[in-house]
Design a binder for this molecule. Sequence first.
Ligand code: NI
Length: 169
Amino acid sequence: MIYPIVKYGDKVLETPARPVTQFDEELARLADDMFESMYAAHGVGLAAPQIGRSLRLAVIDVSSGNNPEARLVLANPEILHTEGEQREEEGCLSLPGFHAAVLRPKFVTVRAQNLRGEWFEIRGEGLLARAFCHEIDHLNGVLFIQHLSLLKRDLIRRRVRKLKKLGEW
Ligand code: NI
């Protein structure tokens, strides 16, 4: 099932999500639906709050569906270690049309649970490291615009407000 993506302005996006505690069929179905919703929206990562579920679950595929091995499910992920820096354009399915350069670590090691509840560690570089940070931020109720200057953030807020008035958000 393809879920509509929740857009900036909805409280669920700015609320820390609840830990995953049930590693069952329902969770596996939710992860499948999240992949489907992410591919439909042409994203490389999606966090459960973005489909309105306040749950610490994220899916990532930086290959955009080209490599089945790139499909990652992260339940209750946490960052263990970071190294280096990268500054690249970043966007978010919950803020369609907006992009900005965000400073992130170049390498990120994450600890997370899989759909069976087993803990694993994974190290990402470049886009994957960025996706880890971006999706874990979502689970903490943080959007990428919170990493921008106040000025840039306000500009985006005002543009979103305008789009809302026009009924285009
Ligand atoms: Ni996002």
